[in-house]
Design a protein around this ligand. Structure first.
Ligand SMILES: Nc1ncnc2c1ncn2[C@@H]1O[C@H](COP(=O)(O)OP(=O)(O)O)[C@@H](O)[C@H]1O
Ligand SMILES: [Mg+2]
Length: 232
């Protein structure tokens, strides 16, 4: 199986070298736990180190705001954007959206196709789902989206906004069953940690590991383990 490097030091050690190619990964956690940073790092290093094109679909923050936030890191995003290696797209909610799930998911797929993306980020699937309303629609839309991206050989991270509690895998209780992988990110001040809850086709690590955010982005300490009971 081909592995797609996460671009996050230490994380690939937990998942046999990287995400399975064409898979969909849910990255869940509370506000400020580092989801958006992890996503940008996945795309930035994907383009910079591995020459793989990436698209960032933001439904929460504006593209400008996201861009501005990422200036804190030692990542030179502008040249990659100019070379069409990394694109940020802002999706605005619309009233018509509820009745046009197919149209909305197609818009996401078109963006990925347009630039020939190998990596995709949807930040967040929670915002997308909230627009849709009920769980049946959410499940259907996510299923369709993930299947189409798989056919296109795109490896996708979908972020999920939870309250940040350690047992809360997702917002609607369905997202974690639809994706191939689930990564939980925790921030119980002052400690940040990460846990691979599921990764299809992978003998993933079973421990919770601390991570740091610095101007290099996220670095996971794969050698150090935290006790589940100690998280709070
Ligand atoms: N350069 C930095 N060094 C250390 N921590 C940072 C840096 N930049 C941002 N952070 C931390 O990252 C948090 C934001 O992470 P973000 O990925 O936007 O969270 P999420 O998307 O999960 O809400 C900030 O609240 C801050 O604590
Ligand atoms: Mg975010």
């Amino acid at each position: 199986m081909n592995r797609i490097k996460s671009g996050v030091p230490g994380l690939d050690d937990l998942i046999e070298g990287g995400f399975p190619e064409s898979s969909s990964i849910l990255v869940s956690g509370g506000p400020g736990c580092g989801k958006s940073i992890l996503c940008m790092q996945f795309l930035y290093n994907g383009a910079k180190l591995y020459g793989e094109k990436g698209a960032y679909i933001t439904l929460e923050e504006g593209a400008h705001n996201l861009w501005w936030n990422m200036q804190r890191f030692k990542w030179d995003l502008l040249p990659l954007e100019k070379e069409n290696m990394l694109k940020i797209y802002k999706f605005e909610p619309s009233i018509a959206m509820k009745d046009d799930i197919e149209g909305q998911t197609k818009r996401i797929l078109e963006k990925a196709k347009e630039m020939g993306a190998k990596r995709l980020v949807i930040d967040s699937i929670t915002a997308f789902s909230l627009w849709l309303g009920d769980v049946t629609k959410i499940r259907l839309a996510m299923y369709y989206l993930i299947e189409e991206l798989r056919k296109m050989d795109v490896t996708t991270i979908l972020t999920c906004e939870t309250s940040g509690k350690k047992d809360e895998l997702s917002r609607f209780g369905v997202e974690e069953f639809l994706t191939d992988g689930v990564i939980m990110m925790y921030f119980f001040p002052p400690h940040r940690s990460i846990f691979v809850r599921k990764m299809r086709g992978t003998a993933n690590d079973k421990a919770v590991h601390p991570f740091e955010i610095s101007d290099r982005g996220i670095e996971v300490n794969s050698r150090e383990e935290l006790l589940w009971e100690s998280l709070r």
